[in-house]
Design a protein. Structure first.
Lengths: 242, 242
């Protein structure tokens, strides 16, 4: 029941400056959970080569997979391809198959590829291309590092093509028990159920509504029957058994 | 015009599992930009003590401020206080002023504080409290690490109290020029303007709409007049001058 471990690197000044609210992390987290791949860590870094290199090298050795988002477009601030190449100690260059993938999305093919667009066909040596059905410019994988676009529509399409090709584990089972009590009133009972099911992970997530505090109690684990039993134990304890 | 540099640590399995979409990073990024504090890096880590300790110690030496979000509630999976204490090599314990802040939010004061709730008054030795006007349970700062709640309404309230007390730099000025052209058609001009204004940061952020591709070109920098001039240069170059 081993589940591969993964990390993500979100590359982009626009996230750190508050201009844009990242959407790719949440999307990837959901896809990986369904595929049985554990997302363990995310780093958001600026469009700065050294920061990208450090993050790639810190994470690619620590996790089975690293997914990146952003910085593979045609402009001067798109530096992910050369940064990933540097992290692996290889060169980046324009490759014929990447050019073909890109050119196929323009009416006049390669004739439409100006110098800026040609940047989008640069990939590190030894990379495998990731398809981009939206705008052609491919992503790529180098060993266990998967490099994708930042535009959510393109990121999602790349993820949809890539993730099914990775070997995942069993999907993580989960159940949510929602209750209109503050976390401080459910903590002791929750802790008791957590101790009774040591193989499961029980979390509590408080919320605030106009009518008061409430808590979502989330049970997660490998075995669906155990997850169901623990969730039912919580419902019984709080008098909301179905 | 020195601007302090900051990092953030988002603590929470629920973000990494895809259950919850984080909102605190985007909120903090906007508040810090307005306060003249540069957010340079964000890490999202699981509710695992060792991960929190490693992230706190990696970032607190590298940046002027570190802000954390999540894991300071009353349940067994709320381990941020002891993790931050461990990162600093100090003990964590229940403190009278934290108890007072917490008790003030319950109808019967301290009599309402069961064992679980008492956990919310535990802070590392030497910490300064951060006010929580929503639910009482305080956040805290240890040296340059500011520890806040994960519930967005509470996180935002704590940020509102904390950030004005930090010494920021001048706010970063920015202008956005939106154009209905794909990034590959604006890259060369954008790069030329970037070279003409070496003190500014020019970024481009492509988007996809049903009617085609477009690009937001964002000019950022310290000097408002330079930012305005560069933005105008872009508008003139693309024939959309106002």
């Amino acid at each position: 029941m081993a589940r591969p471990a993964a990390a993500m690197i979100v590359i982009g000044d626009e996230i750190l400056s508050g201009r844009t609210r990242d959407a790719n992390m949440h999307h990837l987290a959901g896809v990986l959970a369904a595929a049985g791949i554990d997302l363990r860590e995310v780093r958001v870094v600026a469009d700065v080569k050294q920061q990208i290199v450090v993050a790639v090298n810190a994470l690619r050795g620590a996790y089975d997979h690293v997914f990146t988002s952003g910085g593979i477009g045609p402009t001067h601030d798109d530096i992910t391809a050369e940064s990933v190449a540097e992290a692996f100690g290889v060169a980046a260059g324009i490759r014929e198959d990447a050019l073909d993938a890109l050119a196929a999305h323009y009416p006049n093919g390669r004739d439409d590829l100006n110098e800026s667009r040609l940047r989008m066909a640069r990939v590190p040596e030894g990379a495998r291309l990731i398809k981009n059905p939206v705008s052609g410019a491919p992503g790529f994988s180098v060993e266990n590092v998967h490099v994708m676009a930042g535009v959510p529509k393109i990121f999602n399409a790349m993820v949809a093509g890539l993730v099914p090709e990775l070997n995942g584990g069993p999907p993580i089972m989960s159940e949510n028990v929602r209750i209109n009590l503050p976390e401080g009133d459910v903590a002791e009972t929750l802790c008791g159920v957590a101790e009774a099911y040591p193989e499961l992970s029980l979390g509590s997530y408080p919320f605030v509504t106009p009518s008061g505090f409430g808590t979502n109690m989330v049970v997660r684990g490998d075995a669906g029957d155990q997850v169901a039993a623990a969730a039912q134990a919580l419902r019984v304890a709080f008098g909301i058994a179905q």
